[in-house]
Design a protein around this ligand. Structure first.
Ligand SMILES: O=C(O)CCC(=O)C(=O)O
Ligand SMILES: [Fe+2]
Length: 371
């Protein structure tokens, strides 16, 4: 079976599973269940332990002054350092109007506040371009999969041929125009960030961007209702993102945790900021210099939480391998080069936790301790 039919097969299998009548977590919350159903309960050794109370938080990087050569240099160093140490950073003064961020959160909330029936009618889950798209639960891969305490809405934002606007929510009526605008802004921001990230590796500022002229931008809105027993579940299971770069907008409620030095750190929301993280494919391109960090979301008892996540990936036939300028005798290529599509297949079709798919590409696993 070639990789695209394997991908389709995996998608259809997951799609079939979704036909089983399992309540979405928003419904469980509305029904005020006191105990979470068995399919959400993690084995005791996998439950989210409290993160350490250490005074270490994600770097917050101010992008103001990028046009000034000296300031640009400082920003590039900060971004490179954060990408190496954390694989995550928060940015402020990113240039996207704060009023637009508020509108994006507003239309997303409004969609999730529609009735279950209405959400399903407007955005039924369907096998999409590379994964299931629509509104529902995701990553229900087998009967043994422990489900996450999250519902989500997934669709493409760009390019034009992938976005299928007719499948985006119709209600609220400003949803589509708001996300069209946000998508344009995010693409502009990503272009800037890829330039800075390329420079941070000592590469031509256009290097990462030229990997693909027309990348795919996908949206996932995660909606985590309050959970009666948050210590027993994952909000979203530990994973690293399988893309190049991710931009996350939070709603001010804690929940995202990042793994660094074998410990979990809570990301403290910063008003007006965006959270950026390195995806697996950029870890490959940077020959392991930038880290695609494991992260997860934890549930809580009191509040709804929403995260609005944009994933940037190259198109299917783009070959992803270490940048040639980053390879020499002292730094051999760490990963096998792989087509973006094939990586997507591996990533989507396994019941993966953590960084399994990336580790599978290591050329010499014996030499690598810290993927
Ligand atoms: O909800 C969050 O903060 C994390 C979301 C996330 O990691 C994802 O959607 O890939
Ligand atoms: Fe993620």
């Amino acid at each position: 079976m070639d990789s695209s039919s394997a991908a389709m097969d995996a998608l259809l299998k997951q799609f079939e599973r979704l036909q089983k009548p399992i309540d979405l977590v928003q419904t469980l919350h509305e029904r005020q269940v006191k105990e979470v159903p068995a399919r959400y309960i993690l084995p005791s050794d996998q439950r989210p332990s409290p993160p350490l109370q250490v005074q270490q938080s994600l770097p917050v990087i101010d992008l103001a002054g990028l046009e000034d050569i000296d300031q640009r240099f400082t920003i590039v160093s900060k971004i490179a350092q954060a990408s190496q140490e954390w694989g995550f950073f928060q940015i402020i003064n990113h240039g996207i109007p704060l009023s637009l961020l508020e509108s994006v959160k507003g239309v997303s909330q409004d969609f999730f506040h529609l009735s279950l029936e209405e959400k399903r009618k407007q955005c039924p889950v369907r096998p999409g371009i590379h994964m299931l798209e629509g509104y529902g639960r995701f990553f229900d891969i087998s009967d043994d999969t422990v489900l996450d305490w999250v519902d989500a809405l997934v669709h493409y934002i760009s390019p034009e041929w992938a976005k299928a606007v007719e499948h985006w929510p119709k209600t609220p009526s400003t949803y589509r125009e708001t996300y069209e605008k946000y998508g344009e802004e995010i693409m502009g921001l990503i272009e800037k960030l890829l330039g800075l990230l390329s420079e941070g590796l000592g590469l031509d500022p256009n290097y990462i961007q030229t990997l693909d002229k027309e990348p795919l931008l996908q949206l996932r809105i995660n909606y985590y209702p309050p959970c009666p027993q948050p210590d027993l579940v994952n909000g979203l299971r530990p994973h690293s993102d399988g893309d190049l770069l991710t931009v996350l907008l939070d709603d001010g409620v804690d929940g995202l945790q990042v793994r660094k030095d074998e410990q979990w750190f809570t990301v403290v929301p910063v008003p007006g900021s965006l959270i950026i993280n390195i995806g697996d494919l950029l870890q490959i391109v940077s020959n392991g210099k930038y880290k695609s960090a494991e992260h997860r979301a934890v549930a809580n008892t009191n509040e709804n939480r929403m995260s609005i996540v944009m994933f940037l990936s190259p198109q299917d036939d783009v070959l992803i391998g270490a940048a040639p300028d980053l390879i020499d005798e002292a730094h051999p290529s760490l990963y096998k080069a792989i087509k973006a599509e094939e990586y997507g297949t591996v990533y989507m079709s396994q019941d993966v936790q953590g960084k399994g798919p990336l580790a599978a590409l290591l050329i010499d696993q014996a030499k690598q301790v810290n993927v």
